[in-house]
Design a protein around this ligand. Structure first.
Ligand code: A3P
Ligand code: MG
Length: 252
């Protein structure tokens, strides 16, 4: 049988190809309608593939009603069929992604993949490795539309450059590849936004935690997970200290 990580990679890739064709064929649509179509078609594909390949597993998807049966399940796929919907709808943008992660009771996220279809890339927890660091100043990625309030003072403390980018998956994979040093977020997010990116970067030995340094927990009854820090391992302590000094975080 295909391993869970290989399955995650294959499904993220397949959904990514579907999204590229939705984009190609939807040039006449308003951005909102295009995003909606992408969300729905990618979700339908992932749900049908998971039902066929792993019929006994539960699913938590951004685009489906939450089935409380997942709380008693031992295996739950946490998927974001289109992360960065806003950017997907803008011509020429490549900062959007497909997230497929598997949560297992007692093990957390045990398999994961993030596809970046517009870049032709799929990163998975069983084959990802940390890329060589870019040259120059520390680069910290933040949301294009909702950067955390503490981003500017933290960047100043670290003499870092803040770089806005869409999609949690795109930002996390840019850190994985060495194009940036860290991704910080606070103020709101859901489990599907970070489960797969976190599964992939942890598989490659990067740091991933809440902004207060505590572990990220998945398949909670309320799947709200408002903040995270992903960074190259050598920067994690300095970054968490800067966040603590500039914005004493409220974990919750
Ligand atoms: N304050 C907030 N509350 C809820 N979700 C948020 C959020 N800030 C960012 N997100 C979600 O996190 C993902 C990455 O955001 P960003 O591109 O701004 O970094 C997006 O997912 P979706 O595109 O799947 O909705 C976005 O909706
Ligand atoms: Mg998302």
């Amino acid at each position: 049988m295909t391993t869970d990580a290989r399955l995650a990679a294959r499904l993220a890739d397949e959904a990514g190809h579907l999204l590229l064709s939705v984009r190609e064929n939807g040039t006449d649509l308003e951005p909102k309608a295009l995003g909606k179509r992408g969300d729905a078609e990618s979700n339908a594909l992932l749900l049908s593939r998971l039902a066929a390949e792993r019929p006994g597993d539960a699913v938590l998807s951004e685009e489906s009603a939450d089935d409380p049966a997942r709380l008693d399940a031992d295996r739950v796929w946490i998927i974001d069929p289109l992360d960065g919907t806003r950017e997907f709808s803008k011509p020429g943008r490549s900062d959007w992604a497909v997230h497929v992660a598997l949560w297992e009771r007692g093990g957390g996220i045990t398999a994961a993949a993030v596809a970046q279809p517009a870049l032709g890339l799929v990163h998975a927890s069983d084959d990802a490795s940390l890329g060589p660091r870019h040259d120059g100043r520390i680069r910290v990625l933040v949301s294009d539309s909702r950067p955390p309030a503490f981003a500017a003072p933290v960047a100043e403390r670290l003499d870092a450059e803040l770089v806005p980018m869409g999609s949690a998956g795109a930002k996390a994979m840019a850190v994985l590849r060495g194009e940036a040093d860290a991704y910080v977020h606070a103020g709101g997010q859901w489990e599907w936004d970070s489960a797969a990116p976190v599964g992939v970067v942890l598989g490659a030995g990067l740091h991933a935690s809440r902004v207060d340094g505590s572990p990220l927990r998945y398949n909670e009854s309320h799947p709200y997970l408002p903040d995270l820090v992903i960074s190259r391992p050598e920067l994690a302590d300095r970054l968490l200290t800067a966040i603590r000094l500039d914005a004493p975080p409220q974990a919750g």
